[in-house]
Design a protein around this ligand. Structure first.
Ligand SMILES: NC(=O)c1ccc[n+]([C@@H]2O[C@H](COP(=O)([O-])OP(=O)(O)OC[C@H]3O[C@@H](n4cnc5c(N)ncnc54)[C@H](O)[C@@H]3O)[C@@H](O)[C@H]2O)c1
Length: 268
């Protein structure tokens, strides 16, 4: 993919994988709009990149997303690539969640994506060009992970992103707008599951019997690796940017997971 002179908006771009991806794209000549609720980190990063601006942006707010779009247009004249990366995790069994937990999770992880798409796609369609990147997760792409018992709501929200990306690709690619589904694997970033439901008492985060503490730990990839996977997939024009090793074989096994959710268990 040609990044030279292109303008990229990245939500959740200030830290972790978003930060690495912003840096990679900047190194390839892109103008970067770092859109994040962490304004300090966004401002620091923008100051380190060749051509970048920081914008305070919470993807739960249509107004803040529209403000981000305006800042991008005022500063760089157009928007070519939008990465909708913001998302939160929760670690709680589904039967312990409340309606409020679900609405909070889906408001950010799913409706947040829709807000970003609504704000930027009309102009891409007018231009007849552009590219959307939506961040899901390997947990949703490949079923049967042992952590699934604690990650049901999160997996459901990220599975919605897969469906959204597939539907958008079907609708938009023929009109000149590309779509990439980014599915990071477990990655060492600041990303931590928030406790919700009945586990979300003030004492829970330090309580070693809390669901988050009980969650099994797995080896994690670096955010730099995740960024490299995404960049390579964009360069190769692939719809799916999966950071899971051997994911093509696992996706074929995944077909069996629809018949038996335990079919992938032996792979972890
Ligand atoms: N880290 C992992 O293991 C992993 C694996 C698969 C998918 N993901 C996905 O990656 C994304 C998170 O990336 P990360 O792991 O680099 O996390 P991170 O915690 O390092 O960074 C997350 C960033 O999101 C920002 N943010 C939080 N809420 C926001 C909001 N409402 N609006 C805008 N920005 C917001 C934070 O300020 C922070 O800069 C999420 O969508 C997550 O579901 C993470």
């Amino acid at each position: 993919m040609d990044f030279e002179g292109k303008t990229v908006v990245i939500t959740a771009g200030a830290n972790g994988m978003g930060r690495c991806i912003a840096t990679r794209m900047s190194e390839r000549g892109a103008n970067i709009v770092v859109a994040d609720i962490d304004v300090d980190a966004a401002t620091t990063l923008a100051g380190q990149l060749a051509s970048a601006v920081a914008v305070g942006c919470d993807v739960r707010s249509n107004e803040q997303i529209e403000h981000t779009r305006q800042v991008a247009l005022d500063r760089f004249g157009s928007v070519d690539i939008v990465m909708s990366h913001a998302g939160i995790g929760i670690a709680v069994p589904v039967h312990e969640t409340t309606d409020a937990d679900w609405l909070r999770l889906l408001d950010l992880n799913v409706v947040g994506m829709a807000r970003v798409v609504r704000a930027f796609v009309p102009q891409m369609l007018e231009q007849g060009s552009g590219h959307l990147i939506l961040t899901s997760s390997s947990l949703a792409l490949l079923g049967g992970h042992p952590i699934s018992g604690l990650a049901g709501p999160y997996i459901a929200s990220k599975a919605a992103v897969i469906g959204l990306a597939q539907a958008l690709a079907t609708a938009l690619v023929p009109q000149g707008v590309g779509v990439t589904l980014f599915a990071p694997d477990a990655t060492s970033t600041g990303f931590k599951p928030t406790l919700m439901g009945s586990a979300a008492s003030p004492a829970a985060p330090s309580d070693s019997s809390s669901p988050a503490e009980k969650a099994p730990t797995y080896s994690r990839q670096t955010p730099e690796h995740a960024a490299d996977v995404l960049m390579q997939s964009l360069d190769e024009g692939r719809f799916l940017a999966s950071a899971t090793p051997d994911y093509e074989r696992l996706l074929r096994v995944q077909a069996d997971v629809l018949l038996d959710p335990a079919a992938l268990a032996a792979e972890y």
